[in-house]
Design a protein around this ligand. Structure first.
Ligand code: TMP
Length: 217
């Protein structure tokens, strides 16, 4: 059976990676085959692209060049990792996916929405996540956490207006697709994990007795 494809989205510092890791561990304890990955950087080619994209001294990067780099990363990731894993029956948990491109490159940078949509569709070959977890955190609180007192990467270094536009993007995209998105409100790591578990168990029915027994800590 084809695996489920779950993506994690949100502003900087929302705790996506921590929460993705916790969900992955929980699923593995329950005996589910899981592949965790991220964008950009889920392949060897992507690791190089990620370095280029996030280097703080990257200088002035053209919005179009930036868009193409994220899509190049995604095209490789889809072909090399995501599709084969899903076809093999693994559930894929991905830290950011095409909704980040819509939020950052269309809403944040101001590139035409139709262009971003078209390239997203090309890079993914039409693959859409089964479920998208959107972590709710204000852009200012998220940035404070992400930077943690040190200077961040190139995107984190953008001004607050940019990050406000990105968050408005995520809010609008999620409102337009309520069937796919689950908005998870902020809280402690444990509270957020519990809300995510509630969302995924409800969606995929991973709550059978045998599954429950195996996921007891
Ligand atoms: P991360 O550090 O949360 O993994 O994300 C890397 C940065 O790249 C983050 O600032 C969001 C940004 N990004 C985009 O601008 N567009 C995209 O399509 C993706 C996947 C990430």
């Amino acid at each position: 059976m084809q695996g489920r494809f779950i993506t994690f989205e949100g502003p900087e510092g929302a705790g996506k990676s921590t929460q993705l890791g916790l969900l992955g561990e929980w699923m593995k304890r329950g005996g589910l085959p899981v592949r965790t990955t991220r964008e950009p950087g889920g392949t060897a080619l992507g690791a190089g692209i990620r370095e280029i994209l996030l280097a703080p001294q990257g200088g002035e990067v053209s919005p179009l060049a930036e868009l193409f780099l994220y899509e190049a990363d995604r095209a490789q990731h889809i072909q090399e990792v995501i599709r084969p894993a899903l076809a093999a029956g693994e559930h894929v948990l991905c830290d950011r996916f095409f909704d980040s491109t819509t939020a950052y490159q269309a809403y944040g940078r101001g590139l035409p929405a139709e262009l971003v949509e078209e390239l997203n569709a090309r890079a993914t070959g039409g693959l859409v996540p089964d479920l998208t977890i959107l972590l709710d955190i204000s852009p200012s609180e998220g940035l404070r956490r992400a930077r943690g007192g040190v200077s961040g990467d190139r995107l984190e270094g953008e001004g607050m207006e940019f990050h406000e536009r990105v968050w408005r993007g995520f809010s609008e995209i999620s409102r337009n697709e309520p069937g796919r998105f689950r908005l998870i409100s902020a809280g402690t790591v444990e509270e957020v994990h519990a809300r995510i578990l509630e969302a995924v168990t409800k969606e995929f029915g991973w709550t059978g007795e045998s599954f429950k027994a195996r996921t007891q800590p």
